[in-house]
Ligand binder design. Structure first.
Ligand code: SF4
Length: 238
């Protein structure tokens, strides 16, 4: 990987950390390191990472920094974990730099998961680089601050399904929201669906899982969790 290849490409980064596990979705529990990119195109009220995008509540100049692609690759490849999770914010806002980062990680043999809100279609070069996509569309309650046309983009959902490497995960707070997921599944052919409770403390996650377990099982979806919250609460960098 030559330095010239990435000349000038930088990513706006919120934080990066290793020695942890993937806390959500299909690969929950796998050892992983995380690169959390800054900026988001949505404004979800229950967002648990507003420090990546909400300039009204946070000083983004202090909360974020610019990292060169080479610098991020060197850091990630020095971590012992085989899985690199690129999350946000919304990582696909920074498509060009993201694509170069994923190419470098894949060339070095790393597994890469990109966590996205499913409103920006992945470019062909990004898909070709070989990451998996953990797509988390926002349901009406979670995304109540926005019109449906902003939080749900049919063309984009279809584009993710077409990659063959999309896993869909939903945050819900009550079983009634499962009907919305079923409607999206029927409309867009969503695959590999997991449902996890909302919450930033272990008690809320466990209570939510107990409430959701039966209805999620009956719907045929996977019951998800937020393993990092069960282990470490809302501690940042875990
Ligand atoms: S899409 Fe994710 S990062 Fe963006 S505002 Fe919503 S919950 Fe927060």
């Amino acid at each position: 990987m030559s330095t010239l290849q990435h000349a000038g490409l930088r990513l706006r980064v919120s934080e990066k950390f290793g020695s942890t596990v993937q806390g959500e979705g299909s690969s929950t529990g796998m050892p992983a390191c995380f690169i959390r990119l800054a900026l988001c195109n949505l404004i979800c009220s229950p967002c648990d990472t507003p420090y990546t995008w909400d300039h009204k509540r946070f000083d983004l100049r202090a909360e974020t920094h610019y990292g060169g692609i080479e610098e991020l690759l060197v850091w990630a490849l020095a971590q012992p974990e085989d899985l690199v999770v690129i999350t946000g914010g919304e990582p696909l806002i920074q498509m060009a730099g993201l694509t170069e980062l994923v190419k470098g990680l894949r060339a070095a043999g790393r597994m890469v998961e990109i966590e996205t809100n499913g409103t920006i279609a992945p470019s062909e070069p990004l898909v070709a680089a070989g990451p998996s996509f953990n797509v988390s569309p926002k349901l009406s309650r979670f995304g109540a601050a926005m019109p449906e046309t902003r939080r749900l983009r049919p063309d984009v959902l279809r584009a993710f399904v077409a990659t063959g490497r999309a896993r869909f995960k939903f945050v819900v707070s009550e079983p009634a929201e499962l009907a919305e997921i079923a409607a999206l599944e029927a409309a867009y052919g969503l695959t590999d669906i997991s449902v996890m409770p909302e919450g930033t403390d272990p008690e809320a996650i466990l209570a939510g899982m107990r409430t959701l377990e039966g209805p999620v099982r009956e719907q045929g979806y996977r019951l998800g969790t937020r393993l990092h919250v069960l282990l470490w609460g809302d501690e940042r960098g875990r």
